[in-house]
Design a protein around this ligand. Structure first.
Ligand SMILES: *Cc1c(COP(=O)(O)O)cnc(C)c1O
Length: 378
């Protein structure tokens, strides 16, 4: 059976976890946490990186730092993971969903302005599949309407928009290091930002409402409870796993692109014959091969192909059920404008196996199975 995902393992993870244990500090903000943050600051050219227990938690921190009040509105695509919305709902915000571009499945920036009201506070672009949203246009809308931008870059770690790392363009960027993402620590994430003004509050939020971070830098004698907060810092063992992966980021990136390119070239004839659609990457985006998806003509045909692949020993999956049609989405949000693509495209999209340790011959087998699908014979 060829799995859809397998957590990446590059080589030194266990050695570094042992080193973390030997260092005698297992809780957060030790040596490995700092090395991960430093690595990201340099690689992504961003001033502040706070490692967190998940991208969901990074989004929650960003939602806190946006100072939302109950009834404030947050604009995002409906085609995304639940956490994108949940983090803001926890702050009492109303979610305003707008449609996506069918080619990238990213928020359609031309639909954003019509969704803005006097309660709107934040825009949340989600860089689906690690392919950048139209950030110049989105930042321009945000500037003109005095809105904050929180980038859900869970899938966009080490992907770029006009040379800028995703997550570093808006007010805040949120990364995921869940085991399904390009670089992992099991469960984990990071909050990244450039504005120094957020740093102190962000550290306090992450450290149970205390100024423990300042204490460790020797800036205060003892740490105390200074504001509300939670516990958003991951343990050193998780950070050690991540550091081993970040060190090999190039290798991971190359392998994922090799799988992506193989699928893309082998399946092209099917796209040319009109049986499937393939992903599209705009000129301005340098993606990170986070996923490879194809689109079938409709839901029924997609279900049939997923079933056929399973019979051949290949796991392929679909996602997301649009948030605006979910129980919570109807309660906490509304869709503005017409749902031209969100539902329709979400029913056609399916993801093929894509992970660092996927043998190339397995990827080739996946593509060969699809090429041999009887329905694709003219
Ligand atoms: C994976 C993912 C998340 C959540 O990440 P966690 O680290 O699991 O909390 C949020 N948004 C998007 C778009 C994701 O793909």
């Amino acid at each position: 059976m060829i799995n859809f995902n397998q957590p990446p393992f590059v080589g030194k993870e266990l050695e570094y976890i042992k080193a973390a244990v030997d260092n005698g500090q297992l809780c957060g903000d030790g040596k490995f946490t700092k090395m991960c943050a430093q690595w990201m600051r340099e690689k992504f050219n961003v001033k502040h990186v706070l490692l967190t227990t998940s991208c969901t938690h990074a989004l929650e921190m960003a939602a806190y730092l946006c100072d939302l009040e109950p009834g404030d509105e947050v604009i995002m695509p409906s085609y995304t993971f639940v956490s994108t919305a949940d983090a803001f709902v926890l702050r009492g915000a109303r979610i305003v969903f707008v449609d996506v571009h069918p080619e990238t499945m990213n928020i359609d920036e031309t639909k954003i302005e019509a969704a803005i009201t006097d309660r709107t506070k934040v825009i949340v672009p989600v860089h689906y599949a690690g392919v950048a949203c139209a950030m110049d246009e989105i930042m321009d809308i945000a500037r003109r309407h005095h809105l904050k931008v929180v980038e859900d870059a869970a899938q966009g770690v080490n992907a770029y928009y006009k040379g800028k790392a995703l997550g570093t363009i808006g007010d805040f960027g949120c990364y995921s290091f869940h085991e399904t993402k390009n670089y992992t620590m099991g469960e984990g994430g990071a909050l990244v930002f450039n504005n120094d003004e957020y740093l102190e509050r962000a550290e306090i939020l992450r450290e149970k409402g205390t100024d423990r971070s300042k204490f460790f830098r020797g800036q205060v004698d003892k740490y105390t409870w200074v504001n509300y907060g939670s516990s958003y810092l991951p343990s050193e063992m998780n950070a050690a796993y991540l550091y081993a992966e970040l060190e090999e980021a190039e290798k991971i990136d190359e392998k994922r692109h090799a799988v992506y390119d193989l699928y893309h070239s082998m399946l092209r004839p099917l796209a040319e014959a009109g049986f499937i659609e393939q992903p599209y990457v705009p000129e301005y985006a340098d993606h990170n091969a986070h996923m490879y998806f194809i689109k079938m003509p409709d839901l029924e045909k997609r279900t049939a192909l997923i079933r056929y692949l399973r019979e051949k020993g290949v796991m392929s999956v679909f996602h997301y059920i649009p948030l605006h049609s979910s129980t919570a989405g109807m309660k906490f949000g509304r869709f503005v404008g017409e749902d031209v693509y969100t539902t329709k495209e979400s029913e056609r999209l399916m993801r093929l196996p894509m992970f660092y340790n996927l043998p190339m011959e397995d990827a080739r087998y996946v593509a060969e199975c699809i090429l041999a699908y009887p329905e694709f014979r003219a």
